[in-house]
Write a protein that binds this ligand. Structure first.
Ligand SMILES: Cc1cc2nc3c(=O)[nH]c(=O)nc-3n(C[C@H](O)[C@H](O)[C@H](O)COP(=O)(O)O)c2cc1C
Length: 173
């Protein structure tokens, strides 16, 4: 039986990709055999025993590409162990923990398609150097200027590591 875990993600500006990389490193360190691929490079799920799927949040939703990935592979995903992780700026706010339940609610459309063994919810980052200048990002810059969203990188790498260590036994079952 092949026990390779696929970690796949979509990322507009790289912060989810970096969290996926950290998940990959921790799973590898805990003895798992792992492959890390952006969603567009995944041809088939048959080589994998379990799949970790990550998406950033935009407008309180998972990326449409990530939803499409799950829809396209749904029947196979329902036969495998699946964990999801979600990256958003809300959890990077100084009072972000207060919104954890609301953020968990944004993943309901994913939960309706697959049955994750675990859902990681992580603070992301607004990296304006990697984002286009448009009306959406101007509004986000304003929220940063008001001190509501942080300017700096507040990703919690310890939380990512702890979650990853917690899912390894669940994915290996
Ligand atoms: C246009 C846009 C809309 C966003 N909408 C939300 C949102 O509704 N809620 C939230 O918590 N974060 C939101 N974010 C923040 C992103 O989820 C966060 O920056 C994340 O780290 C981006 O990941 P990526 O670099 O992998 O694309 C938004 C970011 C952008 C650029």
């Amino acid at each position: 039986m092949n026990e390779t875990i696929l970690i796949t993600y979509t990322s507009y500006s790289g912060t989810t990709a970096e969290i996926a990389e950290a998940i990959s490193k921790t799973l590898t360190a805990t003895g798992a055999h792992v492959e890390l691929l952006p969603m567009q490079d995944v041809k088939s799920l048959s080589p994998y025993s379990a799949v970790v799927i990550g998406s950033p949040i935009r407008a309180s939703k998972w990326s449409p590409d990530a939803i499409k990935f799950i829809q396209n592979h749904r029947s196979e995903l329902l036969q495998k162990r699946v964990a999801t992780f979600t990256v958003c700026i809300t959890l990077a706010m100084s009072n972000g923990e207060r919104y954890r339940q609301a953020v968990a609610g944004w993943i309901a459309p994913v939960r309706a398609l697959v049955r994750p063994v675990s859902e990681g919810l992580f603070a992301g980052r607004l990296d304006f150097s990697k984002l286009p200048f448009n009306w959406d990002t101007v509004k986000l810059r304003a929220v940063v200027a008001l001190g509501i969203f942080p300017r700096e990188d507040r990703r919690d790498w310890k939380a990512v590591q702890a979650w990853t260590e917690s899912i390894h036994p669940l994915l290996a079952q």
